[in-house]
Design a protein. Structure first.
Lengths: 162, 101
């Protein structure tokens, strides 16, 4: 049962990712990106990463995707119903991307990965919090400074020039 | 589903699709969506190796920091895109080539 759900989720994620890069209407692409991110959150749950799945829903779907939709709305003449755009050099790009995929696939299947069996944890939130406050406190603070810098930078960039 | 390779293949496919988007899209915001796909592919790898490497949670921390980076990057990139739109009245990346010479 869960096997079927897993493969459905994987196919769903990849299909909507294809819609993101191929659809000519930008808003449809943004909505398809929402479904892709949702599928990735489902994969995180299969990987026992409940906290990351929650963060994915909150930050990616609730934040970044809404931001992207705002960007589309602000940079197109909404009165023209079709917010369309064209792709350039799809043939060359497609061949190159497929070639990269083939190479990565060969590497993945030829490598014998180090794997350990482990029991499923009841929850990961507490352990992630402990790690963030002990071993990874410096990256945590650096990320805070980065967010502050991005906040100020975005505010200055998007302000009307005077 | 209890197989590391499945997740790695999904991640590789997602990465290639995102790369295709970044290379072929003309619209700046659509390029940004391709970048988000690539970052998600990297995150799947982090979490998958974390799960199959003995449920070591270090990979989760990396994934969290990548998500934070993606949020900061999206905010700044959209501010730049809106500025380009105000100045050039287009956000097609091939037309915004004023810094070339």
């Amino acid at each position: 049962m869960s096997e079927a759900v897993f493969f459905f989720l994987a196919a769903f994620t990849l299909a909507s990712a294809l819609v993101v890069v191929l659809n000519n209407q930008l808003l449809y692409s943004a909505i398809a990106l929402l479904f892709t991110l949702f599928g990735v959150a489902g994969l995180y749950i299969f990987l026992w990463a409940d906290f990351i799945a929650g963060v994915q829903l909150l930050v990616y779907i609730g934040g970044i995707n809404v931001l992207i939709i705002f960007g589309i709305m602000l940079t197109n003449r909404i009165s023209s119903v079709r917010l369309s755009q064209t792709n350039l050099q799809q043939g060359v790009g497609g061949v190159f991307a497929f070639w990269i995929f083939i190479i990565i696939s060969i590497v993945i299947s030829k490598t014998s990965w180090f794997q350990m069996t482990s029991a499923e944890p009841s929850e990961t939130v507490g352990q992630v919090g402990t790690l963030l406050m002990t071993k990874y406190v410096l990256p945590f603070e650096a990320a805070s400074i980065l967010l502050l810098g991005a906040l100020i930078g975005a505010a200055i960039l998007s302000r009307e020039a005077n | 589903m209890d197989e590391l390779n499945n997740y790695l293949f999904i991640s590789a496919a997602l990465f290639s699709i995102g790369l295709f988007g970044v290379m072929t899209r003309r619209n700046g915001i659509a390029v940004l969506m391709g970048v988000e796909l690539i970052l998600n592919a990297a995150n799947i790898n982090f979490v998958a190796f974390s799960r199959f490497g003995g449920m070591n949670l270090d990979g989760h921390i990396f994934a969290l920091i990548v998500i934070v980076l993606a949020a900061a990057e999206a905010a700044v990139a959209l501010a730049i895109v809106i500025n380009i739109y105000n100045n050039l009245n287009t956000i097609n990346v091939d037309e915004a080539s004023g810094m070339k010479e």
